[in-house]
Each structure stands twice: as structure tokens, then as C-alpha cells.
Ligand binder design. Structure first.
Ligand SMILES: *[C@@H]1O[C@H](CO)[C@@H](O)[C@H](O)[C@H]1NC(C)=O
Ligand SMILES: *[C@@H]1O[C@H](CO)[C@@H](O)[C@H](O)[C@H]1NC(C)=O
Length: 182
């Protein structure tokens, strides 16, 4: 009986600590120049309530050694509103030297699920496989909300494709309670 109670409390605590939610809610991929970049697939697959996998494959048809990334984060509040981050990164330079802190966080979240882990040039299949969001890799406090990370990819300063990824973030309820009681 006593053992059951301890088990029950332990399980309850674990459930509370897992209250944090960090998962994809939508993904849209669009090429603006199908003679340079085509998407083979781009989709989400929910495997459990808290884990949604992102699978993306696209092909760079001609080698490029000049890639710019323009990233913007939106937060939902009566439609998506620009939120805090709006930055441009020279991807070829970044892959040599992780010089941009915001790009470093985003790259840190997906690099282990992707073959986009080398320096320029890029050619052929670009793959993101079974990518899910790990809160421990975020290294950034984020208020609870619905977000969208809109990334526009340019080759030689010309727009080639967009990847817009939406996600839900819910703060850890235990931490939230502690902060409120201080
Ligand atoms: C589209 O891609 C081709 C390479 O296949 C390139 O020559 C052309 O400049 C690109 N167009 C734009 C607008 O970027
Ligand atoms: C990059 O990813 C590929 C495929 O996932 C893997 O085989 C390779 O070892 C990785 N390279 C580095 C430098 O992490």
C-alpha cells in the first residue's frame, strides 16, 4: 500500500515535469525556382501526443556555394505577429564558424537529424529525417505560445525556396509555479 502511494507520487511528479510541450504543428515548403531547388517531400507525422516528426527532402539541382538564410520568428496573437528574431546569415560562413547565436540554436536543434552538416558547396539531396524538437537543446527561455519560424533561402542573393515551420511551446508548469511564488 505504502509502496503504491510512493509510486503514485513519483509518477505524478514525472507527469508534471513533462508538462513542457515543444512540438511541431505545421510545415510548409515552397520552391520559387524549380530549376535549382525542388522539394521531394515536406511533412509532419505525429507519433505521440508530444512528439511530432518533421521529414523533409529537397534537391539542389546545381551546386551552390553561396547560400543566404533569412529567418524570422512570428508569435501567434490574432494571427502571426513578428516576434523578436529577424536575422540574416551567410550559411556558408556559418557552417565554417558558428558566428550567429540565434542560427546556432536553430542549427543545434536539427543538425543531428540532417545531412546538412557540412560546409559549402551544396548539391543533391538535402534531408531532414524524423526531426523532433528537444526542449533541452533550446537553451533559451521562451514564453508559452504558438510560433512560426519562417526561413527564406537564397542562392547568390536570389530567392530559391521557403521553409515555414510552426511549433507549440508550453513552459514547464513546475518552473512556472516556482517563479510565480518568488
Ligand atoms: C533559377 O535557377 C537557375 C539554375 O537552374 C538559375 O540559372 C537562375 O538564375 C535561377 N533564377 C533565379 C531567379 O534565381
Ligand atoms: C553528416 O551526416 C551524415 C548523414 O547523416 C553522416 O553520415 C556524417 O557522418 C555526418 N557528418 C558530420 C561531419 O557530422
Amino acid at each position: 500500500m505504502k509502496f503504491c502511494l510512493i509510486l503514485f507520487v513519483a509518477l505524478g511528479a514525472t507527469t508534471l515535469n513533462n508538462a513542457l510541450v515543444f512540438r511541431f504543428s505545421n510545415v510548409i515548403c515552397e520552391s520559387h525556382n524549380i530549376s535549382w531547388f525542388v522539394f521531394d517531400h515536406c511533412r509532419l507525422k505525429a507519433v505521440s501526443r508530444n512528439r511530432v516528426l518533421l521529414n523533409m527532402m529537397g534537391t539542389v539541382l546545381h551546386p551552390t556555394n553561396n547560400v543566404q538564410v533569412h529567418a524570422k520568428i512570428f508569435k501567434r496573437a490574432n494571427g502571426y505577429k513578428p516576434w523578436l528574431f529577424d536575422f540574416k546569415v551567410d550559411a556558408c560562413r556559418f557552417l565554417h564558424k558558428n558566428y550567429n547565436p540565434a542560427a546556432k540554436i536553430i542549427y543545434g536543434l536539427f543538425r543531428e537529424f540532417s545531412n546538412i552538416n557540412h560546409t559549402c558547396p551544396f548539391v543533391g539531396p538535402q534531408i531532414v529525417k524524423d526531426f523532433y524538437l528537444k526542449p533541452e537543446l533550446l537553451l533559451l527561455p521562451l514564453p508559452t505560445g504558438d510560433y512560426m519560424l519562417a526561413i527564406r533561402w537564397l542562392f547568390f542573393n536570389r530567392i530559391q525556396f521557403d521553409t515555414n515551420v510552426s511549433f507549440v511551446y508550453v513552459e514547464d508548469l513546475v518552473t512556472e509555479k516556482k517563479l510565480n511564488n518568488q
